[in-house]
Design a protein around this ligand. Sequence first.
Ligand code: HEM
Length: 199
Amino acid sequence: MHVFAVLIAAYAILAYGFRPLGEFVGPEMRANFQAHQLGIYTHVFAATIALLLGPFQFIERLRRKRPRLHRISGRIYLGVGVGFGGLAGLYMASFAYGGPVAKLGFAGLASAWLYTGWQAYRAIRRGDVATHRRWIVRNFALTLAAVSLRILLPLSGISGIPFATAYPAVAWLCWIPNLLLAEWILAGQITPRFFSNSR
Ligand code: HEM
């Protein structure tokens, strides 16, 4: 989780912080990004913050030893990462490449990301740690859609599926399985290490 999150975050920082906008995407997406620069830059950099901070929030020892750090980092994760990243993602979804299926897929992801983040925040504000944890597991599963997307796209390319066909499907497949896996974890079917000693 940490390795993939850091790798994709590094890609985003390098590609969008140091290279001309849209250098690594096709001409249609590039034109779209150039027409909505504030939207794409806000999305990429805010969402990258979520991707970088998220994994550390799950380290039990860090939460126990540095609770203040967990709270500060959690506020940045939810407020800047999910809040700004999600709103800008929702905005960019309305222009996404791949037609209505892709637009709806990304809009669904953005809405679910914002909603689960909001629920996680509300739960912790009223001191309900168990509920907070459940919503955060769902929320971070959605953050990892950025990782799934960038695994699925090259795989579909290798399989010979044209990009225009693959992209709308990937707009859904990058997050629905993640959410199902999160529900599976929450139902107790599998127990990742971060969950085992903190129930
Ligand atoms: C979880 C909610 C997310 C939603 C709803 C979302 C939505 C979108 C949308 C709609 C686009 C434009 C795609 C197009 O025009 O076809 C996009 C692009 C992008 N997003 Fe996200 N995204 C999310 C999470 C993330 C995260 C966590 C990152 C962190 C790295 C990220 C990084 C990027 C990057 C780098 C691009 C530019 C495309 C590329 O270079 O491959 N996104 N996103």
